[in-house]
Each structure stands twice: as C-alpha cells, then as structure tokens.
Design a protein around this ligand. Structure first.
Ligand code: ZN
Ligand code: ZN
Length: 357
C-alpha cells in the first residue's frame, strides 16, 4: 500500500468521530499529503474506501503520474465535483471549514441534495500531518541541512555596505543553487534597529559596523519546509549585547531541554518565558516559542502560552524565543527540532554562537 493510501485510510478512520460519511478536501497542502498531487488547483473527495481527485486539463498528465486514486480531469472542476457529490449523496459530508470560501459553501449547499448535510470539520488532515513519518523526517532533514548550507554560503559574502535586500537575495539564490524549490517563506534579514521587528521585511538599509544582523530563513525541499534564525554582529559586540544574546540562548536551550513525547506545548513555552523572566526580559518576548512545520511553514502544533496541544514523538517543530526592544534591537535564535520519546533531536546543524564578522 502506498504512503498516500495509508494516510487516506487513517483519515477515514476518523470519520466516525467527526460524524461524517465522506470528506471534501479543499486545502491543496492536504490534497498533496493525501495523494502526492502537487498542482495548484484540485479537489479531493475521500470516502471510507475510495478517493477521487478532480483537477483541470493543465494537470491532465501530471495527475495521472502523481496520484494512485481515481482522477477526473475537467475544464470545469467545481461543477464536476458537485456532480460527483450529488451522485454519492452522503448523509453527512465533511467540509474543511478553514479552507472553503463562503461563496463555494453556498454553491455546494445549493447543488447538493437536501438529504446531504454539510458538516464543518477542523484540522482532520492537519492532525495527521503533525506526526511525521520516517520518510517525511528524511525530507525535513534534507531541507534543514540545505538551509544551513545556504546560510553558510551567504555568511561568507556579508560585509558592511551591502543592504538587507542584498543579503536576502543572496540567501534565496544560494537555496536554489543547492537544489531547493525556493524559500519556504519570505526570507527575513534585519539589521540594527530593524532587528526589533520580529517579522521585518528586508529593506534597502545598508549594514553598518557595530550592529546586529538577524537572519530568519527557511528552504523548501520536496515540498517540506525548514526554519532557522541566526544572529550576526558586525564588529565586536558590547557587553550588553552579549548578555542579551546569552539570555535568549539560555531560554532557547531550556525550552529544547523541556521537549519530549507527551509534554504539553504550553509547558515548553512557559520554560522559555520563565528563563527570560529571571532576567526581567519576558515582557520583550512577544510571540510564541515555536510551531510545527512540514508541507506548511506553520502547522500544528503551536508552542504558545494557551495552546492545548501535546507534543508527540515524530512532530517536527521550531524553538525560537526572542526579545525585541524598540529602537534598540532584537535577538531571536531558532532551530528545527524533532520530538522523540525521551527528548528531542535538534536537526539544525548551524552553530548557535553569536557570529561576529
Ligand atoms: Zn523562522
Ligand atoms: Zn519559525
């Protein structure tokens, strides 16, 4: 049985609990996970012992090459899906509430028989996706390694006078040269005061001596994301910067130490926050400690203060505490790690020393 078929069966096993007889999958990442199809337009109907993907003629050849379930190619995919569902006429049809527009919902409602109820589902496929198979972990490892190599190749070219945009362009270029499909998200390069913005966009600001440089980058390899943040300093950092860096690193290491199978995600977040609190820095830590990653750069679980999820062996997550002080600057350190029975494995091979150039 193919990996995709196994996943569809695992999904179907959750139908009873979700009180549905079939699921209409409209998230492209979920469709990729369940079938292997990588095109940009498709619908998937999953029944307990059957699945049908519907796409348009641009993907006629591709869909037959990639998927091992029934495939229908139609110049008008949406009416074709409606016709299929009409024929199937399930009593309870699950829809992915997070991945269906109100417009399309209304269309399905009007097109389907009165006897079919549309049931909102949440995260049915995403929950399966949060635990990675050994094959997926291999791909994530390759993504992480490539990402670190792209970082190393770029660092050799960083010097005062070039812009944040120059650095970001070089990173993206290196990723592609090394075989990535591209960046997994818009590469973040922030220098000096811009480091205080956790999601800064690379600007035309030039790198100056005696300032911090934050690089947050992720590659996409065979569809899978990696994610890493590293800090550099142009010239020798002062004592305060070194202390701040040490505090964030301590919080990151403490959080990593707290990770293992069956631990609540919120507990890991708390460890990072408490470590920063011992240095009165917790109020500058304004985001969550990490997130799952895979086919999406942000997926389940979230390692936030109020998150209810429990970490499980096989989850790939990031650990990325940070402190951000307006007008001064910010520091974040981020690794991709794999949850194991007894702890976790840090996949990111790049050194976590503050890199002085
Ligand atoms: Zn990141
Ligand atoms: Zn991240």
């Amino acid at each position: 049985m193919s990996a995709h078929q196994t996943r569809r069966e695992q999904l179907a096993q959750r139908f009873a609990e979700a009180k549905i007889d079939a699921l209409l999958v409209t998230s492209l990442k979920n469709i990729r996970y369940l079938t292997g199809f990588t095109g940009s337009s498709a619908f998937l109907i999953v029944e307990p012992d059957n699945a049908t993907i519907v796409t348009d003629p641009r993907y006629d050849i591709q869909v037959r090459q990639q998927v091992d379930c029934r495939a229908k190619v139609s110049p008008k995919p949406l009416p074709t899906v409606e016709a299929l569902l009409n024929k199937l006429a399930p009593r309870h049809l699950g829809i992915e509430a997070a991945h269906l527009t109100v417009h399309d919902y209304n269309r399905y409602r009007a097109a389907l028989p009165k006897s079919t109820r549309l049931i909102s589902t949440a995260s049915l496929v995403e929950t399966l996706r949060s635990i990675k198979s050994p094959e997926e972990i291999d791909v994530i490892r390759r993504s992480v390694d490539l990402n670190s190599q792209a970082f190393a190749n770029t660092v050799a070219r960083i010097k005062p006078g070039i812009t944040e945009q120059d650095v970001a362009a070089e990173i993206d270029h290196q990723m592609r040269l090394l075989g990535a499909e591209g960046p997994a998200f818009e590469t973040i390069v922030a220098a000096g005061p811009n480091t205080a913005l956790p999601h800064a966009r690379p600007s035309s600001k030039t790198l100056e001596n005696n300032e911090l440089l934050l690089i947050d980058m992720g590659s996409q390899v065979e569809g899978y994301a990696s994610d890493m943040t590293r800090m550099l300093h142009l010239g020798e950092p002062d004592r305060r910067t070194k202390q701040l860096y040490r505090s964030v690193l301590d919080a990151q290491l403490a959080a990593i130490d707290a990770i293992r199978n069956n631990v609540r995600a919120a507990a890991v977040d708390r460890v990072a926050r408490r470590t920063l609190a011992t240095r009165q820095l917790d109020r500058f830590f304004t985001h969550s400690t990490g997130h799952g990653l895979g086919l999406d750069i942000h997926e389940m679980p979230r390692l936030g203060r109020t998150d209810k999820s429990v970490l499980r062996t096989g989850m790939a997550i990031t650990v990325e505490p940070g402190v951000y002080v307006e007008a001064k600057g910010g520091i974040r350190i981020e690794d991709t790690v794999l949850v194991t029975d007894r702890g976790c494995q840090v996949l990111t091979p790049t050194s976590k020393e503050l890199l002085v150039i």
